[in-house]
Design a protein. Structure first.
Length: 341
């Protein structure tokens, strides 16, 4: 008997283990459960499952009652594995118990699989990360690399998407990862709406560093927030580094250093990513020709927009618009479910 209702929504199974962090269980339910179509219909169906249905211990003073067993994995378009803070085979020996291995063997070959924090140990033990880039919580990266030398561990990013397998760093990066998946499934307008409802930033790129040296200006030290706010209002024009630095009355060298300390990216990297987001929004929400979208986003030419969108998303502007503009999120539902995602 199916554990999903088969009403055309993208099916997400959150696979939990004893020692579960409750906040990490809540992230996919909150972020994906809040994604709605233009007709205000849910776009995802999210359920929780485990190796054995019943009470699953958390790292708090309560347990979670899980109704579904591993059969849910066989129907899921996306499987998400949160962290667990109890010793188990993946985190201690790098191997899986027979029950855990049997559960993962049920996952469909085309399903997308993601982890939050040290849930990456399970993905690695299943062999899903062999030869791939991956990340996990910074405090676990060294141990993770020792257990799984075949994985290309990147300790300096929020999340990594390598094909159909995605991994994220600490707890908050699970929010970023889920928003990334919503954005890839149904477009930036839907993801931004989820972010607004949840009161979180709509986009922190996966390549942003886990550590930001000075997330807020120290007392008496001027930051770069004014220049960033001004830049967002003028993305359609060329923005020279010296012009941004002048907005904060800093030298270019000081501004560049302070910017990276606060944002975790260089000014140029940040500007490019903001322009890509602006272009995505315009492609989804307007009928402007591609050259006008490019100009409004500050890329200058349609060719430059195509290059940056291809680099960031692997698609052309016209392909992106066909997916996310015509019929909005409702059209993307059919595409996402139809491709087994």
């Amino acid at each position: 008997m199916s554990v999903f209702r088969h009403h055309g929504r993208h099916r997400v199974a959150v696979f939990v283990r004893h020692g579960l962090l409750p906040i990490e269980l809540g992230i996919p339910h909150r972020m994906m459960g809040r994604a709605k179509s233009a007709a205000d219909e849910p776009l995802y169906e999210v359920i929780t499952c485990s190796v054995t249905p019943g009470a699953v211990r958390t790292d708090a003073d309560f347990s979670v009652n899980v109704e579904h067993g591993p059969e849910a994995l066989a129907e899921a378009d996306t499987v998400i594995v949160p962290a667990a803070h109890e010793s188990d085979e993946p985190s201690t020996t790098g191997s899986m118990s027979p029950a855990l291995a049997d559960a993962f063997a049920r996952i469909r070959p085309r399903a997308r699989i993601a982890s939050i924090c040290t849930g990456a140990y399970v993905l690695a033990a299943a062999g899903l990360l062999d030869g791939k880039r991956a990340t996990t919580h910074w405090a676990s990266c060294l141990r993770f690399q020792q257990l799984f030398p075949q994985v290309k561990v990147d300790p300096d990013v929020l999340y990594v998407a390598d094909g159909r397998v995605l991994t994220s760093a600490g707890v908050a990066s699970g929010v970023d990862l889920c928003l990334h998946m919503v954005r890839e499934d149904f477009g930036s307008a839907v993801a931004n709406s989820v972010a607004r409802r949840t009161v979180v930033p709509p986009h922190r790129d996966g390549g942003q560093a886990q550590f930001i040296e000075r997330p807020m200006p120290e007392p008496g030290i001027h930051g770069t927030g004014t220049a960033r706010a001004w830049a967002l209002e003028h993305l359609d024009r060329p923005l020279a580094l010296r012009e941004l630095a002048a907005r904060e009355s800093m030298s270019v060298r000081t501004f560049t250093r302070r910017f990276r300390e606060e944002v975790g990216l260089s000014p140029q990297q940040w500007l490019t990513r903001q322009r890509v987001e602006r272009a995505r929004h315009l492609l989804e929400s307007s009928d402007l020709p591609v050259d006008q979208v490019a100009a409004a986003a500050g890329f200058g030419s349609a060719a430059a927009l195509r290059m940056h969108l291809q680099t960031a998303l692997g698609v052309s502007p016209s392909a992106y618009r066909r997916t996310f503009r015509t019929g909005g999120a409702d059209a993307a539902v059919a595409q996402a479910v139809g491709t087994g995602r």
